[in-house]
Write a protein that binds this ligand. Structure first.
Ligand code: TRP
Length: 334
């Protein structure tokens, strides 16, 4: 704990087009969490280069993601939002932790297996060590809580293992982080295959609502959303398409599930799709407008980027110094 609040850390990559799932499932809740915790939200650009990136695109998207954090309502005075690459302690601690992580552990990571199958021409050491960098992200800030989706659980587990191993050798050094499972965001599924999570890397553009989709595109994608032939609006696992539409509607309007089901009782799927589309437009249109406005405020954004990188570096350097002492690196001469 760095002050009297518990510390919460999360990060997002600026690769691909962020989807409604990223917003409703993560970002929207990050805003609320920053009322109760000391939050560090990083744009994890160092993780992004484990897959080849076009430099101009990466730079543009990383900044756009930072702006999106602010547009979504994260108060940059309260939460620490920063680019991972601006705080060199991440790379430094990652190297040290590499030396306390076994090849066998990394070999078992399902994301590594998936990604090396997908990028068979570029299975680089960074991709292999990705979970160690993620562990460094988390451990640098003496993080108590990490809100992560199920797909990142294995990475959080390995982070805990590395931290406990280090603490066992050198005495208490790192806080052992836990998964934040509270009211995490809604899990938004693909509009074309509601058994699959909505993903920014989906090949079918109709499967995902991108945060920057214009209103007509949003409406069209909902019109085409896959449902079923039950012709009945109910909230149940047997109707994953309808369930997903109701989830999206509830997340966007703040309606409870039971109330939403009642509101659509006896109505057709067409009407439901239209209402859901409108509820999404009502959320995304103002968000897009705020992003556009903030994008023009270059000096303001630059100021936030600078101040928050310094804040993050301050906290991170405290942990890094402690680690250096524990492992026997010579004291710095000041
Ligand atoms: N690997 C995470 C993802 O792709 C992003 C991430 C990097 C992260 N470092 C983190 C998430 C630390 C939580 C905590 O979603």
């Amino acid at each position: 704990m760095l002050d009297d609040r518990k510390v919460l850390f999360s990060g997002m990559q600026a690769t691909g087009n962020l989807t409604l799932g990223n917003y409703l499932g993560a970002l929207k809740n990050w805003v609320k969490l920053s009322d109760d915790y000391l939050c560090f939200y990083s744009v994890v650009d160092m993780h992004s280069i484990t897959v080849r990136q076009d430099p101009a695109t990466l730079r543009k998207r990383a900044r756009a993601l930072m702006i999106l954090y602010i547009a979504a309502g994260i108060d940059p005075e309260k939460a620490v939002i920063y680019f991972q690459s601006h705080v060199s302690a991440h790379a430094e601690l990652a190297w040290i932790l590499d030396c306390y992580t076994y090849m066998g552990e990394m070999n078992r990571m399902t994301q590594f297996k998936d990604k090396s199958a997908k990028h068979a021409d570029n299975i680089n050491v960074g991709l292999f060590a990705y979970p160690v960098l993620m562990a460094a992200d988390i451990l640098l800030y003496q993080t108590d809580l990490v809100p992560v989706g199920i797909d990142q659980m294995q990475h959080l587990e390995i982070c805990r293992d590395i931290a406990m191993r280090f603490n066992n050798i050198y005495g208490p050094t790192f806080t052992i982080p836990e998964a934040y499972i509270g009211k995490v965001g809604a899990k938004i599924m693909s509009l074309q295959d509601p058994l699959k999570k909505m993903s920014k890397s989906d090949e079918n553009p109709n499967a995902s609502i991108y945060l920057m989709d214009d209103p007509d595109t949003i409406r069209r994608k909902f019109k085409r959303a896959v449902t079923d032939s039950e012709a009945c609006i109910a909230y149940r696992d047997e109707q994953p398409g309808i369930k997903n539409l109701l989830d999206i509607y509830c997340a966007c309007t703040g309606t409870g599930t039971a109330d939403a089901v009642k509101a659509f009782e006896g109505r057709g799927y067409g009407e439901l799709k239209e209402a859901v589309g409108e509820s999404v437009v009502a959320v995304l249109e103002p968000l897009q407008k705020r992003c556009a406005e903030l994008t023009k405020e270059k000096d303001y954004i630059d100021g936030i980027i600078k101040a928050n990188a310094e804040k993050a570096a301050y906290f991170a350097s405290k942990t890094l110094r402690k680690v250096h002492r524990k492992i026997g690196f010579p004291d710095r001469i000041r």
